[in-house]
Design a protein around this ligand. Structure first.
Ligand code: MG
Length: 293
């Protein structure tokens, strides 16, 4: 093999305003969240997870979800989405006029139970219902599979388990499936082989990867997934994420480093490097208690 082969362009799915901010201890003023989202759009981000419609008792940082959605500029060609943990979340996201919602399920039973207090089969049933209602409202559904590369509680997660869940999600109508490396347990071999196996089985759903900081290994994983043909990469401006009270939960991959890496490789992202770097700085500046590298 003399030459590696890569796509000419990829999509970056920006999760900073939700995944990056949700665990910040101090409440970030709504104005700042709105400003961050508008800056991301100005930098060229076309797909942004702007908030989460989750019970404020569990995630107080996202208690202004409705207001954020009402106040952000809605630019043509940009998809604004929100994480929803359940049907109630969907209802609120529909009221907020979003075009896309994002569901979450874990590939390990114990993590799913801890995260959303349901069994995997209960979650799949609920996501099926979410897809049904979303589709009636012309809203698209993106689905995360958390702990896809390993679980902090159970350890190894069998690939077949991830594949079965992905196929069920596709069957339900989810248009995109994002494989989450929740606590940075992936390695380049898994990051290559799991997507390859999924490409053989999925009929039409797009595949994304969602890596977290893992002492630098995340970029080896990104390269391996890119080589496997994954077209969508999740990132959070400033590398935000994680939580001082959740050991093992590191920050997300920083979008600005993703963009820099793809730029150097000649792979188009549609995002301006200087502007996204500025978004990274801004994101970090609005957080008082963030973990970043
Ligand atoms: Mg994340």
């Amino acid at each position: 093999m003399d030459k590696l082969s890569f796509p000419t362009e990829v999509v970056i799915f920006e999760v900073g305003p939700r995944d990056g901010l949700q665990n910040q201890r101090e409440f970030i003023p709504t104005d700042k969240k709105v400003e961050l989202i508008n800056k991301l759009v100005a930098a060229g981000c076309k797909k942004i997870e702007v908030t989460s419609f989750v019970n404020p008792k569990w995630v107080p940082q996202m208690r202004d979800a409705k207001e954020v959605c009402a106040r952000i500029e809605r630019r043509e060609g940009v998809v604004y989405s929100a994480l929803i943990p359940n049907l109630k979340g969907l209802e609120l996201a529909l009221e907020a006029g979003l075009q896309e919602v994002v569901t979450i399920i874990s590939a390990s039973e114990s993590h799913n139970k801890k995260n959303v207090n349901r069994s995997i089969s209960q979650s799949l049933k609920e996501i099926e219902e979410i897809n049904r209602i979303a589709s009636e409202n012309n809203v698209r559904v993106r689905s995360y599979i958390a702990t896809a590369f390993g679980c902090p509680i159970e350890g190894d997660v069998p690939e077949e388990k991830v594949i079965d869940i992905a196929l069920a999600l596709e069957e339900s109508g989810s248009y995109e499936i994002s494989l989450g490396d929740t606590t940075g347990m992936a390695n380049p071999i898994k990051a290559f082989e799991l997507p390859k196996k999924l490409f053989k089985r999925l009929k039409h759903a797009t595949l994304a990867v969602h890596y977290h900081q893992a002492d630098g290994m995340e970029f080896a994983n990104i390269l391996a997934s890119l080589q496997a043909g994954v077209p969508v990469f999740d990132g959070a401006a400033g590398g935000l994420g994680g939580c001082p009270y959740a050991p093992g939960a590191t920050g997300n991959v920083a979008t600005e480093i993703l963009v820099e890496m793809f730029n150097r490789m000649g792979i188009k992202t549609g995002i301006d490097l200087n502007l996204i770097k500025e978004c990274g700085r801004f994101a970090k500046s609005i957080c008082n208690s963030c973990i970043t590298n």
